[in-house]
Structures are given as structure tokens and as C-alpha cells.
Ligand binder design. Structure first.
Ligand code: ADP
Ligand code: ADP
Length: 226
């Protein structure tokens, strides 16, 4: 459970202003989608929320705490990227277990969480496989599984479907919709340039244009007032 609050968040690279003062309040458990054309700042905004980019000014809080004041391992954030950087020499199981092993979780706890995530993502049959023996969509599900096992409070997705072919994209989108139902308390923020993904997944859509918020609303509200 975590609210995400942005106040006048600005980001520039040198004298190039990318985000021009973003104000946004995201409620615990909401599924928010950032949409907008390539280059409008979606990914920069998401990476800033993840603490991967230092913002130039403004304030960014998760659960009432300024993101960059909290050590990365304590932020409760997990992120899934466009390209699933799985460890090629590890099985699906070990890929999902890895961060928990590093974190010193017990074998029993690791096993429980890996199997739960595999169940949600229909990966149980594939736990002993290596990534190279899986399709792109299955690999991206493993990447999502790796994030799930960390029990994140905030789950971030950066164009997770854009490297998949059309059929896998639809199938994986349906998996993400199910994930949303099975993790109702987890705040999810999802970046895409795909209108269909935005309309089908979002509780609220944030439309970005040139580093500004142009519109915010539910899919129905935006559909009625495009
Ligand atoms: P989107 O995700 O909407 O496609 P991005 O957030 O990736 O947009 O990028 C927004 C703008 O910021 C683009 O013009 C991009 O070239 C620029 N940009 C992103 N990262 C950097 C960087 N590290 N240095 C300079 N410019 C950057
Ligand atoms: P995306 O497809 O997610 O928007 P990009 O292809 O825009 O990603 O950027 C890939 C990486 O390169 C990102 O880490 C981004 O921060 C960085 N980047 C993008 N544009 C620039 C730029 N003009 N100068 C330096 N780094 C950039």
C-alpha cells in the first residue's frame, strides 16, 4: 500500500528541460498509465519515480517519504523494463529467486513466493527452463515474476510489451490485467505509447505532452472528451 505524490517535479539535462513541473497524486492500489508520443518524457518521469533519475527540482514522495531519502532496497519499488534482462545461465526459477537469495530470505520463503508468482503468471511448467528456451512473451512474464516476488508496494512498467510481436503483446497484456486483479493493494504505474494498452489497463490515464500533463482521467472520461 503506497500513495505516490508528485509536486512540481522538474527534470532537465543541462539546459534541456524535459519535465516542466509535474503535479500528480496517485492513490494506493491505483493502476496509472502514462501515455503520450515518443520523447514526451514518460520514461524520464517513471525513472524519476523509481529513483533512477535525480529530479532537478520539486518533490517526489512514496508513502509520505521523499524517494531519494530512502535507500533503494527499502523503497518497495520494482520495475519491469522493455527488454527483459534475464540471467541467461539461470533457470526461470533461479531468475525469480535471485533477488531474494541476495536479500537473505529463507529457502522456504523463496520457494513459496516463486511458486505463487509462477502460478499467477502461468509459468509453473517452465520453472526448470533456461530463458533461451522460452518465447519473448514467456520471458517477459519471468521478468514480471522477478518483480512480483519482491512484494513491491509500487510496481513500475516501462513499455513492457513493446518488444513483443502482436499476438504475444495481447496475451501478455491480459496477464498484466490479471496481475492487477491479484495484487489490488499494489500501486502500479505503466508507461506506453499504445492507446489500447492504456484504455484496457488503466484506472486513470495521464496524458503527457512535451513534458507537461495535458489530461488526466479515467479511460471513460478521456474517451468521452478526447
Ligand atoms: P518517452 O519515454 O516519452 O519516449 P523519454 O523520457 O525517454 O521520453 O525522453 C524525453 C526526452 O528526454 C527525449 O527528448 C530524450 O531524448 C531526452 N532524454 C532522455 N534521457 C536523456 C539523457 N540521459 N540525456 C539527455 N536527454 C535525455
Ligand atoms: P525509451 O524507448 O524507453 O524512451 P530511449 O531510446 O529514449 O528509451 O532512451 C534509451 C536510454 O538512453 C535511456 O536510458 C535514456 O535516458 C537515454 N537517452 C535517451 N535520449 C538521450 C539523449 N538525447 N542523450 C543521452 N541519453 C539519452
Amino acid at each position: 500500500m503506497a500513495d505516490v505524490n508528485l509536486r512540481q517535479v522538474k527534470k532537465s539535462y543541462g539546459n534541456l528541460n524535459i519535465l516542466h513541473g509535474i503535479d500528480l497524486d496517485i492513490k494506493s492500489g491505483e493502476f496509472i498509465v502514462f501515455v503520450g508520443p515518443s520523447g514526451c518524457g514518460k520514461s524520464t518521469l517513471l525513472r524519476s519515480i523509481a529513483g533512477l533519475e535525480e529530479i532537478t527540482s520539486g518533490e517526489l514522495k512514496i508513502d509520505g517519504h521523499v524517494v531519494n531519502d530512502v535507500p533503494p532496497s527499502k523503497r518497495g519499488i520494482a520495475m519491469v523494463f522493455q527488454s527483459y534482462a534475464l540471467y541467461p545461465h539461470m533457470t526461470v526459477y533461479d531468475n525469480m529467486a535471485f533477488s531474494m537469495k541476495i536479500g537473505g530470505e529463507s529457502k522456504a520463503e523463496i520457494d513459496k513466493r516463486v511458486r505463487q508468482a509462477a502460478e499467477i503468471l502461468q509459468l509453473t511448467k517452465y520453472l526448470d527452463r533456461l530463458p533461451k528456451a522460452m518465447s519473448g512473451g514467456q520471458r517477459q512474464r519471468v521478468a514480471i515474476g522477478r518483480a512480483i516476488v519482491r512484494n513491491p508496494k509500487v510496481f513500475l512498467f516501462d513499455e513492457p510489451l513493446s518488444n513483443l510481436d502482436a499476438a504475444l503483446r495481447v496475451a501478455t497484456r491480459i496477464e498484466i490485467a490479471k496481475l492487477k486483479e491479484s495484487m489490488p493493494n499494489t500501486t502500479m504505474i505503466y508507461v506506453t505509447h499504445d492507446q489500447v494498452e492504456a484504455m484496457t489497463l488503466a484506472d486513470r490515464i495521464v496524458v503527457l505532452k512535451d513534458g507537461h500533463i495535458e489530461q488526466v482521467g479515467t479511460p471513460m472520461e478521456l474517451y468521452k472528451n478526447p
